[in-house]
Design a protein around this ligand. Structure first.
Ligand SMILES: Cc1cc2nc3c(=O)[nH]c(=O)nc-3n(C[C@H](O)[C@H](O)[C@H](O)COP(=O)(O)OP(=O)(O)OC[C@H]3O[C@@H](n4cnc5c(N)ncnc54)[C@H](O)[C@@H]3O)c2cc1C
Length: 490
């Protein structure tokens, strides 16, 4: 039997969950189809061998007062605990260890305390960085100010023009140019901190990153970021329940195989039956939309090329024996084998250790660890099968080497070691080529043209990390909220 909806959302990643919840809250009749048994996609928690692992993403933002996840948790009385961890992350390279606390001042103080640090230049740099970050993070509290711009939001922006002045100075330029202007390009500790933070946020290094995005992303740890108790899957599941309680329909284990034009909207063909809807919101990569539609569009072709300029991920999912030298709470490490080499392909590994209190994550006396690194997915895709396997194995081996060198207390306690590659992400999250993390924010004004909700064809919208605000669970939520606004208005 065919069911009719205002909107069908394909995919329960954080883009799809946020779009479906936003629409359901606005009173729309919405259905959400997810091919897996559980929600979250790249930011999910999966069970294997009696343990629960974070699949990809491990450290989340958007939990400050006024930010989207805090508002949803409160509004829907979600049973989700966000632990305010401290330190946020520990950066360990071949030349330094830097513990990054919850307050930016402690980071600045730690950098200034390094022997020979150019203290005045550092303070001036961070003053400038803060003004840019203040202006841009304010928009995350008020999604109404993000594109599409109404007459009201335009007026609000005009009133804020003085706050945007510091952005004008750096717009269209790489973050490296700001470092150079402050005479800091040779101060390795700051450069390494920036490269480590930027690689996991804006998906590129300080040499390349668009400065306003980069300077804002440097505040990632200080603005509503925390650890979701039990794993991010608990937030994804709570959002799914909130969609249902708000009148929406959620269909898990329901892979969509085609999207076709109907006489009054769209027909979505899914495993559990056909659905008709006025709008389709695809929480998949642009290339996957082309496959589902059996058509190519200029916008999906352009976006697919940009996605292919980004990354895939190689993963290690570890079980370790707990021991007294490990911290009690969840802890995140950025480990770098050689600070002079690019922070990718196992030379840089993001390591997230579960909380000792998360007893459901592993057997008694054990804890789980998720490790990730960036890999060149487009190059990998172009290789033959044997070459692909050798490349991925070499990257995973380098990850283990980096872990042994920089975090021996974790490496020595491993009792189980499983791995994943871009092919795993392709299979589980339906992302062609295994591309993850969206479009790198490389310097250039084109970045600002893509912040609008993306309508591929009338009534067919794209959400997720390849469009709008880009990657991270928070960014995909903001894009989804604006897309729901645009659909409601239309
Ligand atoms: C290794 C790694 C580490 C990361 N670390 C962080 C971090 O610490 N913090 C952070 O905020 N972000 C992090 N990110 C980024 C973040 O995970 C992503 O930007 C975000 O989760 C992407 O969400 P999405 O909704 O765009 O897509 P996805 O998460 O890919 O969701 C898409 C969903 O659609 C489903 N689907 C696909 N095709 C179909 C179909 N045909 N029918 C039905 N369902 C379908 C998939 O199963 C999936 O559930 C990380 C990403 C990776 C890979």
């Amino acid at each position: 039997m065919t069911e009719r909806y205002d909107a069908v959302v394909i995919g329960a990643g954080f883009g799809g969950l946020s779009a479906a919840l936003s629409l359901a809250e606005r009173g729309a009749r919405v259905a959400l189809c997810e091919s897996l048994k559980y929600p979250g996609g790249c930011a999910s928690t999966f069970a294997r061998g009696g343990c629960r692992f974070e699949a990809g993403a491990t450290l989340f933002s958007g939990f400050d007062e006024g930010q989207p996840f805090r508002q949803w948790i409160d509004r829907h009385a979600m049973d989700v605990t966000v632990d305010p961890i401290d330190p946020m992350v520990e950066l360990r390279t071949d030349t330094m260890t830097l513990s990054v606390g919850r307050e930016r001042e402690s980071l600045i103080a730690a950098l200034c305390a390094i022997d020979g640090a150019p203290v005045r230049a550092l303070r001036a740099f961070f003053d400038e960085q803060r003004t840019v970050a203040d202006a841009l993070w304010a928009l995350f509290r008020e999604p109404g100010l993000l594109p599409p711009l109404s007459a009201r939001s335009l007026l609000a922006h005009v009133a804020r023009l003085p706050r945007y002045a510091p952005i004008a100075r750096v717009i269209g330029r790489p973050a490296r140019a700001v470092l150079e202007r402050h005479g800091l390009e040779g101060f390795a500790p700051l450069r390494q901190y920036m490269d480590a933070t930027l690689q996991i946020t804006v998906q590129t290094s300080s040499d390349e990153a668009e400065a306003p995005f980069a300077l804002s992303a440097m505040d990632y740890y200080f603005r509503g970021t925390g650890h979701v108790r039990g794993g991010i899957g608990s937030l994804a599941t709570a959002m799914m329940r909130a969609i249902e309680r708000s009148g929406g329909t959620v269909r898990t284990s329901d892979r969509v195989s085609a999207i076709e034009r109907g006489h009054d909207g769209w027909i979505v063909r899914a495993r559990r039956g056909e659905i008709q809807a006025k709008n389709v919101i695809a929480n998949v990569l642009p290339e996957a939309v082309e496959r589902l539609r059996g058509e190519r569009y200029d916008v999906t072709t352009e976006l697919s090329q940009l996605v292919a300029s980004g990354w895939g991920a190689a993963m290690l999912y570890l079980v370790i024996e707990d021991h007294p030298a490990l911290p009690e709470h969840a802890k995140h490490y950025e480990l770098v084998l050689d600070g002079a080499r690019p922070f990718i392909e196992g030379n840089h590994v993001f390591v997230s250790l579960s909380d000792r209190r998360e007893t459901e994550r592993a057997k008694a006396g054990q804890r789980t660890v998720t490790c990730s690194t960036h890999v060149r997915a487009a190059e990998l895709r172009a290789m033959g099968a044997g070459e692909q396997e050798a490349y991925v194995r070499a990257v995973q081996e380098r990850m283990r080497q980096t872990l042994r060198a920089r975090s021996p207390e974790v490496a020595a306690a491993i009792v189980r070691d499983e791995s994943a590659s871009p092919r795993t992400f392709e299979r589980f999250t339906g992302r062609p080529g295994g591309y993850v993390g969206g479009v790198p924010r490389r310097a250039g004004l084109a970045q600002y043209a893509r912040l609008w909700p993306t309508e591929v064809e009338r009534g067919l919208w794209l959400v997720g990390d390849s469009v709008g605000m880009g990657q991270s669970t928070l960014a995909t939520a903001l894009t989804a909220i604006r897309t729901a606004d645009a659909i409601t208005r239309a």
